[in-house]
Design a protein around this ligand. Structure first.
Ligand code: 2AL
Length: 173
């Protein structure tokens, strides 16, 4: 899909197509639509990022809370969004042993208790071995730093999902 096609979309089509580049937060796409025309794919991505950066802390935390746990209950139940399912499967999270699942569930619970939002990580840039290590490491971080890190992960997920939709290679960053 090229940028002219994106710029020609009406509101409904744009939100249908881009509504889940920020997980379960179509309001972000709804706001970004008003910023068109976009000069290119990077410009489109910058508008999604800028919206997140401009939110008050409560809004940023709300965005994080819309994310399902990694290897959590929704993966077990099969109720993830298609994008999330693909990302979590690709990272090997559907093939965890019972011990690994339990370890992640405990770390996810500790993280949520400490910071008040779920642990968020771009699963496509990680794997089942790195995940518990990264979770344990970030559990020790100061809350303001952790909010910034988590929001950075939301942006990475957004960049990868946009790249899929636009049929381009995500530039490493
Ligand atoms: C997710 C998800 O669903 N996909 C991804 O890359 N990360 N969730 C999360 N809590 O980080």
């Amino acid at each position: 899909m090229d940028i002219e096609k994106v710029n020609s979309m009406d509101f409904g089509e744009f939100v249908d197509v881009f509504g889940n580049v920020i997980e379960r937060c179509p309001v972000v796409a709804a706001a970004v639509w008003s910023q068109r025309p976009f000069s290119d794919a990077d410009d489109l991505e910058r508008h999604f990022s800028a919206f997140l950066d401009a939110l008050p802390v409560a809004g940023q935390e709300g965005i994080l809370r819309c994310h399902p746990d990694l290897a959590g209950r929704e993966l077990q139940l099969g109720t993830l969004t298609a994008e999330s399912q693909r990302e979590q499967s690709g990272a090997g999270l559907t093939r965890l042993g019972a011990d690994e699942r339990l370890q992640l569930a405990e770390l996810n619970a500790q993280y949520r208790a400490r910071f008040g939002f779920p642990f968020v990580l771009a699963a496509r840039l990680s794997d089942r071995a790195a995940l518990p290590r990264e979770l344990a490491r970030r559990l020790q971080c100061p809350p303001e730093q952790e909010l910034r890190t988590a929001l950075g992960e939301v942006k990475k997920i957004c960049r990868l999902r946009l790249a899929d939709l636009l049929g381009r290679d995500p530039a490493p960053r």
